[in-house]
Design a protein around this ligand. Sequence first.
Ligand SMILES: C[S@@+](CC[C@H](N)C(=O)[O-])C[C@H]1O[C@@H](n2cnc3c(N)ncnc32)[C@H](O)[C@@H]1O
Length: 391
Amino acid sequence: MPRGRPAAGPGVSAREERGFRALMDLAHGFMASQVLFAGCALGVFDAAALGPVDAAALARSSGLSPRGTRLLLDACAGLGLLRRRRRRGAGPGRGPAYTNSALASAFLVSGSPLSQRSLLLYLAGTTYLCWARLADGVREGRSQYGRAVGVDTDDPFTAIYRSEAERLLFMRGLQETWSLCGGRVLAAFDLSPFRVICDLGGGSGALARQAARLYPGSEVTVFETPEVAAAARAHFPPPADEEGVGPRVRFLSGDFFRSPLPPADLYILARVLHDWADAACVALLGRVRGALRPGGAVLLVESVLSPGGAGPTRTLLLSLTMLLQARGRERTEAEYRGLAARAGFSRLRLRRPRGPYHAMMAARGGEAAGAGRGAESPVGRGAGSDVGDQE
Ligand SMILES: C[S@@+](CC[C@H](N)C(=O)[O-])C[C@H]1O[C@@H](n2cnc3c(N)ncnc32)[C@H](O)[C@@H]1O
């Protein structure tokens, strides 16, 4: 028997026991995810937001099996998503009452300001199916949409937007991130010197709206594919408390690899470069550089790997998602600096606000950056692009 701490069982050291537990936690991680996903999909947390939930009553009202519902609610409680309380007078047939934990109230209830429910439903559907093909993805080095959902294409967004329902869920899911992290990434650098801002591939416009609110002197355009721009106009109206901000955010549609880009003082590319291989990133950044006004800059928002690329783990997992669902990967600051330099940008600076997303600012090479705190306004004022539709 190895010397040191006593064995946890015959022939098993305490260290091996700990390792085994860690291994089992990893192996069962997908089950915990599925409990979370099923709770969201079946409306468990929305029901619990209205008052304590009884498994039998929830099963009846939602058309679920009583046995399955009870087991799911108990598993949710075990994972800290619900609180489980024994009711007075409990007897046979009278089960516990379940209420939302603080985590569930904040993030899992539809309509809560920080709700991540759409993101979770997207992960539960498409992303989970692609991840089930991880070994194939690693073997082949390409997206697994073909096997996972029957859409075999090398164009990630043809697969991502394979139906209007998928498009809307993807847009809703992505925008939920910004309710939590948007303000932080936009405040990481002082963007007030930039009058005309263009959010390239800006999805539903959630981040653009926050930029317009944070920098009231700016005019913000979202440049998106025609279908996403149309869906944004139809399904993502500005929230009522942003009266007055809406008109300063407009949508322009086109293909950012081919169409003329509207001139801007600042381009934001949030979670765009990670979708693409290096050559496409350099081509896109080159187009951005060409369309920038003098003194302009680009703001990249990504989950940046630590130097050397060994972490954080969640970013490494996101990188595999890019393998399975797109053409890119997550990168280190040095790698983003290299891509930006190849496209003619200089002096890329990284800021890491709290949270999973980081901000990098780079100026057009050979020019003074207008991006630093307290910098002079870099550009002429008031000349917005006159193409596209007003929102
Ligand atoms: C990963 S999403 C990021 C969305 C948004 N920036 C965010 O962070 O929530 C990438 C976005 O790029 C857009 N996109 C992809 N290819 C595009 C193209 N060729 N032209 C314009 N937009 C494109 C997609 O529609 C999608 O909204």
